[in-house]
Design a protein around this ligand. Structure first.
Ligand code: FAD
Length: 474
C-alpha cells in the first residue's frame, strides 16, 4: 500500500481523539484518525462513561419503585431481564458510536482502522486488516487513553475477577460481589450491582470513599453505601486472591493486621487506570514519559517531540472525558498557531453515585493548602423545596469564596442531579464571577439550582430559606 500523507494524524478515537480530529477538520486541515477498535468513541463511549451511566439510570428505577411505597405508590417486585438491559445499554453505545463515524465522514476525516505504531517522529505504521499502511504526518496528536489496572496478584485468568470493562457487560447478578477500590468507578459500578440485588462488599485501602473529594460532599454517599452495601471496609488491603470452585477466595488485611478470608461470586477490581503506551513505538520518537508511563506534555499539549502532541488520559492529570476533549481542542489550536493553554482551565468532576457528587475549582482543602484567605458558604438541601419534591434532601451546595475579592474559587455539590448543576459553577469561576453575582442572578423556582443562589445568600446572611445569623445576631 502506498504511504498516506496528511497534515494531522490523530491516534485513538476516544473523546480526546475524535474531538481533536473533528476540530482540526473544521479548521480546514487534512486529518487521518487511526483507531484499533471496530467502534469509534474510545473507552468513554464504549466501555466507560456512557454504558455506566445507562446502567446507573436503568437500575436506579428498581430503587425508585421501592422508595415510592411511602408515597402511596407500590409496585410488584421487579423482574430483571439482564439480556434486555444489556441490549438497551448496547443500543445507546451503537447509536453514539455510529454517530461519531457519521460525523467523521461528513467532515472528511479519514478513519483508518488498525493498530498504530510510531516508526519515527513523523511516520506511523498501521496494522490494518489489509496489511501494513504507512502514514506520514506533519503533526500527530496521541490520544490512546488508558486501561483498567489489574495488578498481577488479582489476575487469576478467571472471568469472575472483573475490571470495569467486564462488569459493564452484566453477565449475571452475583449474589456476593467484592469491589476493590472506593474511587468513582468502584462506587458507580458497586451501586449498579447493589441496585440489581447483589450483596456488595467494598474494600478501600484509604480511610474514606472518593479520596480527594471534599468530605462534606462524600458524607451523603458514605451514608448511602452504609445502607446499600453489605460491607464497607476502610484501611483494608486485599492480600491474596484464589479461585475456589465457582467462587473467589479473597484474603484481606485491615489496620489491626488480622487476616480475614471471604468467598465471593465475583470481584470487581477498580484500583485505578494505567496509560496505554505499550507497543506504541514511542521509543522511536522524542516523546518522554513520566515514571508512571504517562506522556509528558506542557500547557499547549506539546510533548518533547516537536511533531507530536498528546491529550487525554495518556497525558495524565485527571482522567476524565471532558478533560480529554478540551485538551484535544488546545492541541489543535497549538498546531494551527493560535494561543491556547490548559493553564487555569476549570475541569469539573462528577461522580454519578447516589447521590451524585460534583465539584469544580478549588476545594476547601485546596484553598487551605494554598494558603488562600477564603470563606465557605453552605446551603443544605433540607431547606430546598425542590429537593423535598424529589424526596432527596440528602444534598448540600457549598461555595468556596475568596475573602478579599469575593470571587468564587470553588463550587461543590452533592445531591440528586449534582452533575447537571455544576456547570453553573464552572461558568462563574471561568468568568471571574463573585458570590454577589450568584446571589443576585434570579434562579427559577422551584429548582435545585436555587441552592447555588441561596448558598451565595448565606454568605451575606440573608438566605431566604436558611437562617445564617450575622455575628451580632448570634
Ligand atoms: P480513550 O477513551 O481511552 O480512547 C483511546 C482510544 O485509543 C481507544 O479507542 C483505543 O482503542 C485507541 N488506541 C489505543 N492504542 C491504539 C493504537 N496503538 N492504535 C490505534 N488505536 C489505539 N469520564 C468522564 O468524564 N465521565 C464519566 O462519567 C466517566 N465514567 C467512566 C466510567 C468507567 C467505567 C471508565 C472506565 C471510565 C470513565 N470515565 C469517565 C473516564 C473516560 O472514559 C476517560 O477519561 C476517557 O475515555 C479518556 O479519553 P481519551 O480520548 O483520552 O482515551
Amino acid at each position: 500500500m502506498d504511504p498516506i500523507h496528511t497534515e494531522i494524524m490523530v491516534l485513538g478515537a476516544g473523546p480526546g481523539g475524535y474531538a481533536a480530529a473533528f476540530y482540526a477538520a473544521d479548521l480546514g486541515k487534512k486529518v487521518i484518525l487511526v483507531e484499533q477498535d471496530k467502534k469509534l468513541g474510545g473507552v468513554c463511549l464504549n466501555r466507560g462513561c456512557i454504558p455506566s451511566k445507562a446502567l446507573i439510570y436503568g437500575t436506579r428505577m428498581i430503587i425508585e419503585a421501592r422508595e415510592s411505597a411511602h408515597r402511596g405508590i407500590t409496585f410488584a417486585p421487579p423482574q430483571i431481564e439482564l439480556e434486555k438491559l444489556r441490549a438497551w445499554k448496547n443500543s445507546i453505545v451503537e447509536k453514539l458510536s455510529g454517530g461519531v463515524a457519521f460525523l467523521a465522514k461528513k467532515r472528511g476525516v479519514q478513519v483508518l482502522a488498525g493498530r498504530g505504531y510510531f516508526e519515527s517522529s513523523q511516520t506511523l505504521r498501521v496494522e490494518t486488516s489489509q496489511g501494513q499502511q504507512l502514514v506520514h504526518f506533519q503533526k500527530a496528536i496521541v490520544a490512546v487513553g488508558s486501561n483498567a489496572a489489574l495488578p498481577k496478584a488479582f489476575d487469576l485468568g478467571n472471568p469472575r475477577v472483573m475490571t470495569s470493562t467486564e462488569a459493564l457487560e452484566v453477565e449475571e447478578v452475583p449474589v456476593d460481589l467484592l469491589v476493590i477500590g472506593g474511587g468513582y468507578i468502584g462506587m458507580e459500578l458497586g451501586t449498579v450491582y447493589a441496585n440489581l440485588g447483589s450483596n456488595v462488599v467494598l474494600v478501600e485501602a484509604m480511610d474514606s470513599l472518593l479520596s480527594g473529594a471534599d468530605p462534606d460532599l462524600v458524607r451523603p454517599v458514605f451514608k448511602y453505601a452504609q445502607a446499600a452495601f453489605r460491607g464497607l471496609r476502610f484501611n483494608t488491603r486485599v492480600t491474596s486472591m484464589a479461585t475456589k470452585g465457582k467462587k473467589i477466595l479473597v484474603a484481606t488485611e485491615g489496620l489491626d493486621k488480622s487476616p480475614k478470608e471471604d468467598l465471593f461470586d465475583r470481584v470487581l477490581v477498580s484500583v485505578g487506570r494505567v496509560p496505554r503506551c505499550r507497543d506504541l513505538g514511542l521509543e522511536n520518537t522524542k516523546v518522554e514519559q513520566d515514571e508512571r508511563g504517562f506522556i509528558k506534555v506542557n500547557e499547549k499539549q506539546e510533548t518533547n517531540d516537536p511533531a507530536i502532541l498528546a491529550i487525554g488520559d495518556i497525558a495524565g492529570g485527571v482522567l476524565l472525558a471532558h478533560k480529554a476533549t478540551k485538551e484535544g481542542r488546545i492541541a489543535v489550536e497549538t498546531i494551527v498557531g493560535e494561543p491556547s493553554t490548559s493553564a487555569g482551565v476549570i475541569i469539573p468532576a462528577v461522580v454519578f453515585t447516589d447521590p451524585e457528587v460534583a465539584w469544580c475549582g478549588l476545594t476547601e482543602a485546596d484553598a487551605k493548602a494554598k494558603g488562600i484567605a477564603h470563606q465557605v458558604a453552605k446551603f443544605p438541601w433540607s431547606a430546598s423545596g425542590r429537593a423535598l419534591t424529589f424526596d432527596r434532601i440528602d444534598g448540600l451546595t457549598k461555595l468556596i469564596i475568596d475573602s478579599e475579592t469575593e470571587r468564587i474559587l470553588g463550587v461543590g455539590i452533592v445531591g440528586h442531579g449534582a452533575g447537571e448543576l455544576i456547570s453553573e459553577g464552572v461558568v462563574v469561576i471561568e468568568m471571574g464571577g463573585t458570590v454577589r453575582d450568584l446571589a443576585e442572578c434570579v434562579h427559577p423556582h422551584p429548582t435545585l439550582s436555587e441552592t447555588i443562589m441561596e448558598a451565595a445568600e448565606v454568605f451575606y446572611h440573608h438566605a431566604t430559606h436558611s437562617f445564617s445569623p450575622r455575628k451580632d445576631q448570634e
